[in-house]
Design a protein around this ligand. Sequence first.
Ligand SMILES: Cc1cc2nc3c(=O)[nH]c(=O)nc-3n(C[C@H](O)[C@H](O)[C@H](O)COP(=O)(O)OP(=O)(O)OC[C@H]3O[C@@H](n4cnc5c(N)ncnc54)[C@H](O)[C@@H]3O)c2cc1C
Length: 457
Amino acid sequence: MKRVVVAGAGISGLSLAFDLERLGASVLVLESERRAGGKIETDRRDGYICERGPASYLDRHNSITPLARSLGIEGRVLPASAAGECRLVVADGRLHDTPLDAGAFFRSRLLPLSAKLRMLADLVLPRGPSARGQEESVTAFASRRLGTLAGERLLQPLVSGLYAGDPDVVSLPAAFPLMAELEREHRSLVLGLRADLKQQRAKRRAGAPRLSSFVTGLDELTTALASRLGDRLRLGVRIVQVERAESGFRLALDENGRSSSLDADALVLAIPAHQACQVVRPLDSNLSEILAHIPYVPVALVHLGYFASALPRPADAYGFFVPASERLKILGAIFASAIFPDRAPVGFSLFSVRAGGARHPETAGLPDEELTALAHADLQGLLGLTAPPAFAHVVRHERGLPQYTLGHMERVAALEAGERRYPGLHFHGNAYHNAGVPELVSRSGTLARRLAEEFSR
Ligand SMILES: Cc1cc2nc3c(=O)[nH]c(=O)nc-3n(C[C@H](O)[C@H](O)[C@H](O)COP(=O)(O)OP(=O)(O)OC[C@H]3O[C@@H](n4cnc5c(N)ncnc54)[C@H](O)[C@@H]3O)c2cc1C
């Protein structure tokens, strides 16, 4: 039987290996760290549940629910409270709701009347570059469709929220393909978003999943996957490089400083692009060069716990995003215990403040105490907190999130051409098409079926 080696035991590698195995393939996952899960990791301390990476997921592609069912952990899925529906944005130093309903939006104080009227131009404006599959920055797209101020307060924060990126250089069609698709299909972004919202609400009424996590944290999912893979997952083994072998590939491995080699019929690199860049260099220096051009930004999360009495009013929302024009140093915060009440002990509230990213990379490197003080000060200014945090926990990712900067679609197309040049070689993971956990799991399913089909020929 042909053997697939998967490099990397993040959610991409683990879910791919699980799907491959169910399709009858022989699979081995090699992970350089001593634990599986990659960016998904949950810290449980002092009664708080702190996510080091993703805190929740929206299963738009219906990929996580069936995966949880197959793993027998469907009962562990934890739907978010109603607070998870409400997203806030900072404008002129204050928090504002972003109502989805047209009437409430026009009544809201998020934008002045002139900006709201400018948004209406979107209804008649022609399609632009993104709709034609050409790259443009999120800032260019947002200003073109909605006007500068509305773009800055409504679309740009998504770039901080999802990629911790810089909207001036992040490519709209690469990072937010749905927006480009809505423009292509509906011409007007506003009408497209309205149609999409209607569709999402209908799906929700029909029982589609809401924003969710798992009872004691998102790493329940990766732990279940890892334990299901058993000895088909080897921890502490780094793939150093790959070369062509007679049939397939020869991999050079490093295990605690001990070198060895392994042959594989197919190799899936479900590792960050900066790692894949090193691994493929001996095979193809052009591919390595392309991978080197996918940048990563540092991200820090500051988990802060407060006595509930320190909050002048309940923080009933998913959290907030900070547009680039605001003077705050943080990128936003998730109201972790408002979405999932068990994330904090009874009588306390937990907030996860995000800092760093492309806009303030230096902030992610501040000493813990400074970073905690900065996160608390910004939070205090917005929420009116009346006491310092009772709990603080800082988490850092030196290369936290990949950036789909202008030119990304071309780079991905060149990598796909490389995959065709080396049958059996595949690039998978969050560096290429989407960083969301459900999207990665969905792509694992597609790739597993493709590999199984290739093997059956
Ligand atoms: C702070 C933060 C918050 C986020 N929030 C959300 C969210 O709320 N919702 C959401 O959907 N997504 C979120 N994301 C994104 C999401 O977590 C990631 O995109 C996803 O977990 C990446 O999974 P992956 O398997 O592609 O990569 P990774 O998780 O990075 O896994 C790659 C694995 O490869 C291993 N590896 C590296 N090099 C080698 C090698 N040479 N040999 C063997 N193994 C190797 C690494 O050790 C790692 O375990 C967030 C990410 C971060 C950082």
